[in-house]
Design a binder for this molecule. Structure first.
Ligand code: FAD
Ligand code: NAD
Length: 471
């Protein structure tokens, strides 16, 4: 056993929750040790999540835009895809970002320990790697161990043809046909990547819509586009049985999409993620878990064990990188004595498909479920000059407003760059802005951001670019 270390704050897990917490703690003068199995911080988000998927989605966007340029008289011909170079470019993006985090970690004098951590008690960790095992005594620890892909027993086939998101991001090959099980974030983002590379993609989703829970009018433009890009979209459908044959994975669907057996060259299972809450030795502490397996935390991200905090995917939904980072920074403030709580009004969510879908705050669906009296103000992108110059008038911007005060409670967007535009919505919701405030802020022309202003104007029947007088 290597010599024991002592630290003020131990952070277990180097993802966007863990490293954001460790870096802030170091900036504020705490003695910090960050532990992860990878050689550098980054976690799922950088190594096998947000960053590699967005790199591939960028390549997919270029391919699709080049194809669609024909519409305005520009022809490029069919793209030639060098899969090895695409893969190594994607890997270089990951390497650049993770090594950058390693340097930032060093510069801040965060002690980075590579290995797998186990809790010996509420103030001691043991970290093992191939070379050694070392004990680390800590005053406080933040558990930021993240999540992993959920699996389906049907696809427990021990086959190279059955992928989870990590395998799909490796770009093993471009299959002729791909079955995507799960029409959520991962299924649609990676489904679009493979469709752009030339794969015939079929999606099965057990619920009645793609991206269940997201407002239907925001999903519609994406659904329409996917109908053209994908071979088939089966809703209300599950996979009943699956087996490997010489030519691929043979499946039988159950539900609305049921029919003859079909064979796919590969299958991507994207049916959600599970929290990594089985931290070894957790049973040696008072930490509790929720019925869904998350580590139970209070609004300050404390667990039932006073020295231990939990943040990010392991501490509950939404499983998003920016939510993890925000919680990580909050936990550090709390450890330093702040009374702050995790109480955001608007956590933005972005599906990085084409078109992108983004929303924050109260959605129309939630307002209905909660019987809240709201007004909806909408602006169709067909009336946006900027959208038209981009040859993309299929988007929509909408505001969910308190019916009485016209305070902006939520914002939803569908269209290219929706993920960038939603930041204005977050600011509006968090600052308690009224529809009038958005209508009166001068927005640059011609930009897609004007659609937020014009949605607010539409509430009063005075949007410049749509004629819809107030009834
Ligand atoms: P993670 O990033 O999961 O990191 C946890 C780390 O802890 C891992 O490195 C793990 O190895 C380590 N660890 C676990 N147990 C131990 C242990 N005992 N000892 C030492 N280390 C341990 N979110 C977005 O906001 N935007 C996106 O565009 C986006 N795209 C995604 C695309 C894909 C394909 C996937 C899979 C996810 C995506 N996500 C996205 C979700 C995002 O990756 C997660 O929400 C985020 O990574 C959670 O951060 P975290 O810090 O909680 O944990
Ligand atoms: P998801 O929850 O987004 O989607 C899973 C989908 O699979 C759901 O629509 C669900 O109804 C469906 N499903 C579940 N079981 C099924 C079955 N047996 N047959 C058919 N359909 C089934 O999960 P995901 O796509 O795996 O992504 C996991 C999480 O990772 C996301 O929820 C999100 O938090 C995060 N993520 C975020 C981004 C982003 O921010 N852009 C991108 C990727 C992942």
């Amino acid at each position: 056993m290597a010599e024991a270390n002592k630290t003020g704050l131990a952070v277990v897990g180097g993802g966007p929750g863990g490293y954001a917490a460790a870096f802030l703690a170091a900036d504020l003068g705490l003695d910090v040790t960050l532990i992860d199995e990878q050689p550098n911080p980054g976690g799922v988000c950088l190594y096998r999540g947000c960053i590699p998927s967005k790199a591939l989605l960028h390549a997919a966007k270029v391919i699709t835009e080049a194809r669609e340029a024909d519409h305005f008289g520009v022809q490029f011909g069919e793209p030639k895809i060098d899969l090895d170079r695409l893969r190594s470019w994607k890997d270089s993006v990951v390497a650049k970002m993770t090594s950058g985090l390693g340097q930032l970690s060093k510069a801040r004098k965060v002690r980075y320990v590579q290995g797998r951590a186990a809790l010996l008690d509420a103030h001691t960790l043991e970290v093992r790697n191939a070379q050694e095992a070392r004990k680390i005594a800590f005053e406080h620890a933040i558990l930021a161990t993240g999540s992993r892909p959920a699996t389906l027993p049907n696809f427990d086939l021990n086959s190279q043809r059955v992928w989870d998101s990590t395998a799909a991001l490796e770009l093993p090959w471009v299959p002729k046909s791909l079955l995507v099980v799960g029409g959520g974030y991962i299924g649609l983002e990676l489904g679009q990547v493979y469709a752009a590379l030339g794969t015939k993609v079929t999606v099965v989703e057990m619920m009645p819509t793609l991206l269940p829970g997201v407002d239907a009018d925001l999903v519609q433009p994406l659904h329409k586009r996917l109908e053209k890009q994908f071979a088939a979209i089966h809703l209300n459908t599950k996979v009943g049985s699956a087996k490997e044959t010489k030519s691929g994975i043979q499946v039988r669907f159950e539900g609305e999409g049921a029919g003859k057996e079909q064979t796919f060259e590969a299958v991507l299972v994207a049916v959600g993620r599970k929290p990594n809450s089985e931290v070894p030795g957790l049973e040696n502490t008072r930490v509790k878990k929720t019925s869904r397996g998350y580590i139970e935390v209070d609004p300050q991200r404390r667990t039932a064990e006073p020295s231990l905090f939990a943040i990010g995917d392991v501490a509950g939904e939404p499983m998003l990188a920016h939510k993890a980072s925000h919680e990580g920074r909050l936990a550090v403030e709390v450890i330093r004595g702040s009374k702050a709580q995790f109480e955001p009004l608007a956590i933005p969510a972005v599906v990085f498909t084409d078109p992108e879908i983004a929303w924050c705050g109260l959605t129309e669906t939630q307002a209905k479920e909660q019987n809240r009296d709201v007004k909806i103000a909408r602006f169709p992108w067909a009336a946006s000059g900027r959208a038209t110059t981009l040859n993309r008038s299929d988007g929509v911007t909408k505001l969910v407003l308190d019916a009485e005060t016209e305070q902006i409670l939520g914002v939803g967007l569908a269209g290219p760059s929706a993920g960038e535009l939603i930041a204005e919505g977050v600011l509006a919701v968090e600052m308690g802005a009224l529809a009038k405030d958005l209508a009166l802020c001068i927005h640059p022309h011609p930009t897609l951001s004007e659609t937020l202003m014009e949605a607010a104007e539409a509430l009063y029947g005075t949007s410049t670019h749509i004629y819809r007088p107030k009834k």
